[in-house]
Ligand binder design. Sequence first.
Ligand SMILES: Nc1ncnc2c1ncn2[C@@H]1O[C@H](COP(=O)(O)OP(=O)(O)OP(=O)(O)O)[C@@H](O)[C@H]1O
Length: 504
Amino acid sequence: MTFDLVSSVSFMRNFALKTKKTILTDEGLIIKNEQKDFEQNADGSILTICSPAPSSEHRHVPEFISFKKILWVQKIDDEVLEISYVVSKNHKLIPATLLTIIENPPIANLDALVDRLMKKSYENSSPAKNMLIIINPHGGQGKALRLFNDRCRAILDAAHVNYEVMETSYHRHAVDIGKNLDINKYEIITCASGDGIPHEFINGLYMREDRDECFNKLIITQLPCGSGNAMSISCHGSLEPSIATLSTLKNKVVKTDLMAVTQGIGSEEVTKLSFVSQAYGIIADCDVGTDWLRFIGPSRFELGVTLKVLFRSKYPCDIAIKYAAKAKHDLNEYYSDHVNKNNLNNQSQKDETITKENFKIKFPKLDDAVPSDWEIYDHESSKNLGVFYVGKMPYVSKDTNFFPAALPNDGTMDLVVMDSRTNILSTACALLSVEKGTHVLRKEVQHSKILAYRLVPKAAKSYISIDGESFPFEPFQVEIFPGTLKTIMNDGSYIPTGFSATVK
Ligand SMILES: Nc1ncnc2c1ncn2[C@@H]1O[C@H](COP(=O)(O)OP(=O)(O)OP(=O)(O)O)[C@@H](O)[C@H]1O
């Protein structure tokens, strides 16, 4: 018997393109499973027996496709719709396509039905956006480009996103991209990188005269393709680029606070923006101070912290702080008040325009005395400082829920301080509980909400790390630029950190 490939493929194509009957519900489409068949991929190809055996999830149309997973709906003829959606495969999302006739259309007109299905699929955002993807090809130890091409591109294509890709070709290139970008061309800037590229891009925008318009217009988000991806873990709740891509398309835009970090005096004064954290002491030393140990991978950080704690490394400095809630019980009260208030205020916050006023430095310069309502940190403690870490996003890296009480736009930063004189066992217990975020509950850990601070390093030579980047080892002062960064967050807030459960 001869095997007729052409007629077999043609048979398969007809078989594959057979439409499925579906039933529309409030949550999505129930697929009527009359018989098992094959489906069409997002690129238009058909899965056939000639292809390598597809996985069972991919081969079969699911029983239900929720609106959350639908990327695009279009009319094929007077009866049939084509639905593009994502399916999960090995903890990743991949696009797939289905032809369908909806058995219970709420409206007879198919164009109106398409419109309604698209609105349901994009309840919190708008479809087919104009997007700039900035890829650091060196990010994630050189994996960023491949991750973007393999995990994100097909989803963006299936969702009809109009995107342009720009690869960074030198260190700090993203600063120049931000400085020179035609902001009218894009709605979303997506950094397929670590936290370094959004940090640079945001700072490029900040250097412009029209910074208020830039931050008003552009939404900035991250596809986790680097080694430090705090923005994606905290906002999309995932380190998987395909999941972050879906989140970028579907989730709510939230305005979050930026932190303004000033160094230098007089003509040397420079203010830069920070969106994740500032560190001095053990964390900075092990983050940017162990760059030479990069070859041993992410464990360089853990190794560094262990050694510094064992040797009771201390990082003297002078600190002055303007507190919003200093003690743990004040912070808990502040947190629950704010979470309740924020639920009511989300809509009004969304509509507020970012103006030049939002970017105004409010506090005295570094060579001026600190205001009288700032508190000078106890000298004995600041002489023996171990960890000084200030953050705006809860997860600073995978499994590191360092700032579990961080809130996107409460106008404060979260401060965590540890004293090098704390006994080693307590320090080790505190650091071991960072994954769950319960370190902040321990009595030997200071955890406060702050509005501004000044830190003058007194150590002979060490590091200052801002968003994971090394900054000049000199005094710095930080305050908040409230609600200045538009980004995308799951359910309109940071992912749950477990902190609310600890607040009585
Ligand atoms: N083409 C390039 N050549 C050299 N450096 C680059 C290039 N593109 C970007 N960079 C730099 O790479 C650094 C890290 O970027 P990013 O955060 O995206 O990656 P990452 O994998 O998280 O890196 P890291 O582990 O170094 O923090 C930034 O300082 C950026 O300026």
